[in-house]
Design a protein around this ligand. Structure first.
Ligand code: HEC
Ligand code: HEC
Length: 153
């Protein structure tokens, strides 16, 4: 009888202790310097998918693999130069939006700048527009003189 109650008390203590150590206060992510520490998994998935799609890359462009047996991603690691570049870009993008797109009073203004605005699916954004398409043979034919010019001669 005494023995069982000790076991039960022990069990209760173990359960409440494990609750104490898995308090939801513990941040889910280890190394966020720009994104909110309270970012949920759902938000993180959506942000990271946006990064990857905006640059036309996969997670491994910015994240290195860990040293565990499964060779899983070590998402918290800052070993990748691309991740550091992306963090700077995130700061810049936030700054642009804060400074220039505070309030969307002007209906003609686009509400915000995102990674995709500049990157458009590429690692490095284009800095000049594409060259004009080559002229078709029809366009190369000499054009008839304009009406006004011929009448004034
Ligand atoms: C263009 C670069 C880039 C790509 C691509 C990218 N990430 Fe990230 N990721 C980052 C940056 C930068 C941070 C850190 C943000 C910060 O410091 O606030 C981060 C942080 C994370 C974290 C949080 C790690 C921690 O514990 O601190 C996870 C998880 C993550 N990324 C998952 C992914 C997944 C999954 C993909 C692919 C769908 C992906 N990332 C693609 C740049 C990238
Ligand atoms: C205002 C335009 C602009 C926005 C917005 C922008 N970028 Fe960039 N990004 C650039 C330019 C320009 C470069 C090329 C810089 C260079 O070549 O040194 C670049 C380069 C990068 C690189 C380095 C690529 C490489 O090959 O190393 C990464 C990574 C990156 N951006 C991620 C992001 C992410 C993630 C976002 C959104 C949070 C973002 N960028 C938003 C303009 C932008």
């Amino acid at each position: 009888m005494r023995k069982t109650s000790i076991v039960i008390t022990g069990l209760i203590a173990a359960v409440s202790l494990s609750f104490a150590f898995t308090k939801p206060d513990k941040p889910r992510y280890e190394n966020l310097k720009v994104l909110s520490k309270n970012t949920t998994k759902q938000e993180m998935d959506s942000i990271m998918k946006h990064f990857a799609a905006s640059l036309g890359v996969k997670c491994n462009f910015c994240h290195v693999r860990g040293t565990d047996a499964q060779n899983n991603f070590d998402f918290a690691s800052d070993k990748s130069e691309h991740k550091l570049a992306a963090r700077g870009m995130l700061k810049m993008t936030n700054k642009i939006n804060k400074k220039f797109f505070k309030e969307n009073k002007d209906a003609n203004r686009i509400a915000a700048v995102t990674c995709y605005t500049c990157h458009n699916g590429h690692e490095n954004p284009a800095t000049r527009p594409p060259a004009p398409a080559p002229r078709t043979p029809e366009q190369s034919q000499p054009q008839p003189p304009a009406q006004q010019q011929s009448s004034s001669q």
